[in-house]
Design a protein around this ligand. Structure first.
Ligand code: FO1
Length: 330
């Protein structure tokens, strides 16, 4: 049995190769939900959905989010009508008092849907309508995730990190904003002062998460701060990782992150923005997978390979390195 911690695009790319070493029915993937937002009343769970669309064979593999070939008619119509009405271009984060009204799961991540600031495809939106409707019928996020995963034909177990709201808020020189506003609307331009996972201290791991963390754990090459950080902030998760075998794959090649705003986020949490920072971000890791050209010295065992993942062959190579590292630390 093996459990992957996943967020963003790095770990999903690795999962493309996972089945060569780990049987899907013995694989659990725990997804970050700190990136989730409520947009126009719909709960969007990007890191969960990338895994659902990937497992269902419908992922847009150019962007690594959304459904391939999706249309955007509703999104376009929202922009057209909003512009004609002279509505603010947004993103419009709802007023403070509205952040804690309504569905608990959407606390501190509630945006107006007027001039929708994230591009939501039409088929993607059908998932958000279904998810939100089932939540409103009284199901938990993990129950709905399981139903969606089955609907898309997933063979792995997919769990959200928590059924409680945890909002990744970025404190910047231009004020505090949700991660999606910082990333999608502002292109990670504002300078980051600190990162907060609001709600995390009173959140609980979703059912099944702690059991899954009793198995060997693989942290894929996801952003340690905004993809994995929210999970580590949920009480009980980091403690469980200290108790088990953990192998982490570096998201850095020669000090450069694969993608996304990793460097300035790492610095904001006091970690070096390169593979050396992994030991700060993941002090419980028993082994690391780093790039073959990485000369950093580590306190824990290291397996080196070309860690850049552009296709399934790359994913298989990195998976083999993960398997070797797990054998070493068991
Ligand atoms: N990323 C963007 O850069 N622009 C978008 O408009 C956008 C829309 C979007 C809609 C649904 C979804 O599941 C993901 C979406 N993403 C978009 C990706 C997302 O912002 C991040 O890459 C992830 O949250 C990082 O894990």
């Amino acid at each position: 049995m093996v459990t992957f911690l996943s967020g963003g695009t790095g770990t999903p790319k690795l999962l493309d190769g996972a089945a060569i070493s780990f049987s899907p029915d013995e694989t659990t993937v725990i997804a970050n939900t700190g990136d989730d937002v409520e947009l126009g009343g719909l709960l969007i769970s990007p890191d969960v959905d990338t895994l659902i669309f990937q497992g269902g064979g419908v992922l847009d593999r150019e962007r690594w989010w959304g459904v391939k070939g999706d249309t955007t008619r509703t999104n376009t119509a929202l922009h057209d009508i909003g512009e004609a009405m002279g509505l603010d271009e947004g993103p419009t984060f709802l007023p403070e008092e509205k952040q804690t009204e309504g569905r608990d799961i959407a606390e501190w991540r509630r945006f107006s849907g007027a001039r929708e600031f994230m591009e939501i495809g039409d088929r993607d939106r059908a998932v958000h309508i279904t998810r939100t409707s089932l939540l409103d019928q009284g199901h938990t996020l993990s129950e709905v995730t399981d139903e969606l995963a089955k609907g898309f034909g997933l063979t792995i177990d997919l769990l959200p990190m928590s059924d409680d709201p945890v909002a990744s808020l970025i404190h910047t020189d231009e004020g505090v904003m949700h991660f999606q506003e910082f990333w999608v609307a502002r292109g990670a331009e504002p300078s980051v002062e600190s990162v907060e996972f609001r709600g995390s201290s009173s959140a609980e791991p979703a059912p099944g998460v702690l059991d899954a963390l009793a198995e060997d754990v693989v942290i894929g090459p996801s952003n340690p701060v905004t993809s994995i950080g929210p999970m580590l902030a949920v009480p009980g998760i980091a403690d469980a990782l200290w108790e088990t075998n953990v192998v982490a794959v570096s998201p850095f090649v020669e000090g450069e992150a694969f993608s996304g705003p990793v460097a300035q986020l790492m610095e904001a949490v006091g970690a070096e923005p390169n593979s050396a920072g992994l030991e700060t971000a993941y002090p419980f890791a028993d082994a690391l997978i780093v790039d073959e050209d990485d000369d950093t010295e580590f306190d824990v065992p290291v397996v080196k390979t070309d860690i850049e993942i552009d296709d399934r062959e790359d994913a298989a190579r990195v998976t083999k390195a993960v398997e070797a590292a797990l054998e070493e630390v068991r």
